[in-house]
Design a protein. Sequence first.
Length: 224
Amino acid sequence: AMDEQVGRLRDELKKLGVDQNTMIWFCSDNGPEGNGNPRPKYDAYHGAFYGETGGLRGRKRSLYNGGVCVPAVLVWPGTVEKGQTVQVPCSTLDYLPTVCEAIGSDLPDDRPVDGESLLPILRGKTQARKSFIPFASNIRGSKAALIKGEYKLGTNLSSEKEDALYHLHDDPAESRNLIVDHPELAQSMKADLQVWIESCRRSYEGKDYNAPYEPQGTFLKSMQ
């Protein structure tokens, strides 16, 4: 059904004559559901349990890459050459700044933007990003994580004994904790996470917006 509807969208873009200058972004939902041990006989009601992570650690509701990283596709015929593969980790946080730069529109004010424009990467000018990619969760395991360059930090933002640092290029399965080898890098990444979480808290409490906003619930209670 999804394939059919994406096809309808692309057909309409062609009819309108804008298919060569329109971005179509796609990525799946994060992480496969369940424990990865589905019933021996296929059961449509538990079909999601059959999802694979391609060897990445963790599944949905985990901040390991198996729970947060997914493949993504961009079609933009008039600008991006087809068939290329981008190895740099990117994020849906990057959609807004990328689209704004592509249409020549400045972001309207000084509210915080967590992502960055991917145009330099898409146009082959660089294979590195400037900003980190943050994650936060109150569900299980690490409460926050951050990808910066080739490294990823997982932390509960409390005891350093619970922190873990992984080199994603050499260890995509996040199996070797390198924090004792790079303590200063881990501390720097943890500080970045703290600043980001406080920025999120500020936005959650309505301090970055003009309209009145009444926050619901408690923001990342376990991180306070």
